[in-house]
Design a protein around this ligand. Structure first.
Ligand SMILES: C[S@@+](CC[C@H](N)C(=O)[O-])C[C@H]1O[C@@H](n2cnc3c(N)ncnc32)[C@H](O)[C@@H]1O
Length: 362
């Protein structure tokens, strides 16, 4: 039997006083985690079935919602009761209304990009997360195909899943790019190498920003084929170098005055990052500026941002490649130094997600 004294001395009870939270709060937080996948699907259904949109205009009762959306009363009631539990909707005088969280789920583009990415890219694979962690392999990727990394299969993903991947990937760097363009072009580089150029979105921004610059795009062949189509109108100002940077013999082309790696190094483990940076060093001349743009989880202003980045790490574990993650500043700086490069300048708080731009040199 547990006596009062024993209850007082057990760990959660002592934590209650330290954290200023009750046992009931703690138990509720634990249940939120226990049911998280179901909560996620409920929120997605509330959004995708049009219930949140309908309530955004005006509060309504369950029968009206069911009739307007041609859903069963059972479906509407079950979802809305979960919506109350998740504080997505509130219930007053028999009418449901959207809460601020509900509005965010419906209208905030970042939340939408994150939810679609989790549903269309991560959800099915994540069932095998523990296997990925113990084997160092992206075991969830088998949901889409037999590739070693998601990057090999990116251009072949089903259209809906590919769209969610690209929307997620571009959402964050798109906001950061306009802010870094003046920094990168301040020393007037004639040739800029974009490693991990993807579909050429950033290269296009550079080519438009400075009419004299030549872009050297490096990525896997599948991605560069998409980039070639997107950059056709720039003719010889866009050069393409299909390369698997993990190939031991692969080298980068020489002659770049600036090198950009945006959201690129997070695709690799520390050993691979050091090896890539060593190859960048070989290709660089004495004045080449080497820019690394990353959202670093220890440099975030908002808790929500750190939360998203730490969860994104597990996408790398389970779907992307099995061995990379979102890094901290200390980890990245360690790799830069190990590769024999110097960090010359650090620009923080770039874009909505507080990206960090490291400017390095030989
Ligand atoms: C996360 S995306 C970043 C794209 C873009 N730079 C941006 O900021 O939005 C990473 C890019 O690195 C490329 N990549 C991953 N592994 C690679 C490899 N082994 N060799 C060459 N490129 C690779 C991917 O194809 C992808 O286009």
């Amino acid at each position: 039997m547990i006596t009062n004294n024993k209850v007082k001395n057990n760990l959660p009870y002592r934590r209650k006083r330290r954290e200023g939270r009750t046992m009931a709060d703690v138990a509720f937080d634990a249940q939120k985690i226990a049911f998280a996948p179901i909560s996620f699907q409920a929120a997605l259904a509330l959004r995708n079935l049009g219930i949140l949109q309908l309530l955004n205009t005006t509060p309504a009762d369950d029968k009206t919602i069911a009739k307007k959306l041609k859903l069963s009363l059972y479906a509407v009631q079950t979802l809305l009761e979960n919506g109350i539990a998740l504080e997505i909707v509130s219930l007053e005088n028999g009418k449901y209304a959207l809460t601020k969280t509900g509005w965010f789920l419906l209208c905030d583009p970042m939340t939408r990009a994150n939810m679609d990415f989790v549903q269309d890219v991560c959800y099915l694979g994540m069932h095998s997360l523990q296997d990925s962690l113990t084997h160092g392999k992206p075991t969830g990727l088998k949901v889409f195909g037999k590739w070693k990394t998601v990057y090999e299969g990116l251009s072949k993903l089903p259209a809906k899943n590919r769209k969610s991947w690209f929307t997620f990937d571009h959402f964050y760097s798109d906001i950061a790019f306009p802010e870094i363009l003046p920094i990168i072009f301040e020393p007037a580089p004639k040739r800029v190498m974009d490693i991990g150029a993807n579909t050429g979105k950033w290269a296009k921004k550079c080519l438009d920003y400075n009419k004299a610059v030549t872009l050297m795009l490096v990525d896997l062949p599948g991605q560069l084929n998409m980039a070639k189509k997107n950059l056709k109108k720039y003719g010889k100002r866009a050069e393409f170098y299909p390369t698997n940077v993990l190939d031991g013999k692969a080298q980068f082309p020489k002659g770049a005055d600036a090198v950009l790696m945006s959201q690129f190094l997070d695709c690799f483990d520390e050993k691979q990052i050091i090896s890539i940076l060593k190859k960048v060093k070989i290709a660089a001349h004495q004045n080449t500026r080497i820019y690394i743009l990353e959202p670093l989880w220890d440099r975030q202003e908002y808790k929500a941002a750190t939360f998203c980045l730490n969860h994104t790490s597990l996408y790398f574990t389970n779907i992307a490649n099995g061995n990379s993650k979102m890094y901290s500043y200390t980890q990245l700086e360690h790799c830069v130094k190990k590769a024999g490069l110097k960090v010359e300048k650090v620009f923080d708080q770039i874009g909505r997600f507080s990206y960090t731009l490291l400017c390095c040199k030989k």
